[in-house]
Write a protein that binds this ligand. Sequence first.
Ligand code: GLU
Length: 300
Amino acid sequence: MTVPISAPPPVLRFAPSPNGPLHLGHAYSALRNEKVAVETGGRLLLRIEDLDRSRCNPECEAAILNDLDWLGVRFAGEVVRQSERAELYQGALNRLVSQNLAYPCFCSRSDVARLAKARDPDGAPLYPGTCKSISANERYARLERGEPVAWRLDLGRAAKEVQGALFWMEYGEGDVPVARRAAPERWGDVVLRGRDNAASYHLAVTVDDADQGVTDVVRGKDLLEATSVHRLLQVMLEYPAPRYRHHRLVLDMSGAKLSKSRYSPSLANLRAAGAMASGLRAALGFGEGDSGGIAVRLSA
Ligand code: GLU
């Protein structure tokens, strides 16, 4: 007789960076995570992505927790902060270094900007691999001298390790997955650990999702392309592949993506102007009832 094995419940995470107030785009993402968690009987975790110490601060984190509480999104377990997980990231980086899949890079941002001949999918200068050809002796000497150093993925080597094409299961906002082919080569030798942080976004998010047992990554379409890098790192680090659900983005009335850098009302602004959480939920498509005059425009 076979004993039926029930699949463990899904694990999701909402992962804001505390470098500005939450706006409608964050609310949409948090509510989309909540919806998937409720529909699948999953657990929703909260991870604070505060690795960029120059842009993140505790006041911002407190405001985010307050906004999420007001919105009524509840999370399972303790809040996890990336700033407290440096050892975990270092362990993953060491593993990649020991497999010859990461190398030290001594270039500054302006060196990269000057030498780059192409751009990555985010529009940033594509690193041309300058430090890959530095001899082992010179690397050692420069590390010994304590030169500022970042660590980069050797994409060429990593791609060779992958047998055949690399895919992920993309659900978008629906129930039927499409296999998407990863194209990590478009990102070049990405930074794994920067000069001034314990890990890059790509490394930290990949390590954390695996460490926290995340089965379903629900996040904005603006991170769709970055998933190619995450899939490659997952294979290199022997982590399981989550399901991905990249959702639509909230646009401002001119059709541009909302971001913290351009004017868009924060949840705190809306609240101060008298908005109700139920109205915001309705405006974003996650609740019945009156949107209280909040207008929202979503991307395709
Ligand atoms: N911390 C990222 C942000 O606030 C989200 C990262 C992710 O969901 O993978 O945009």
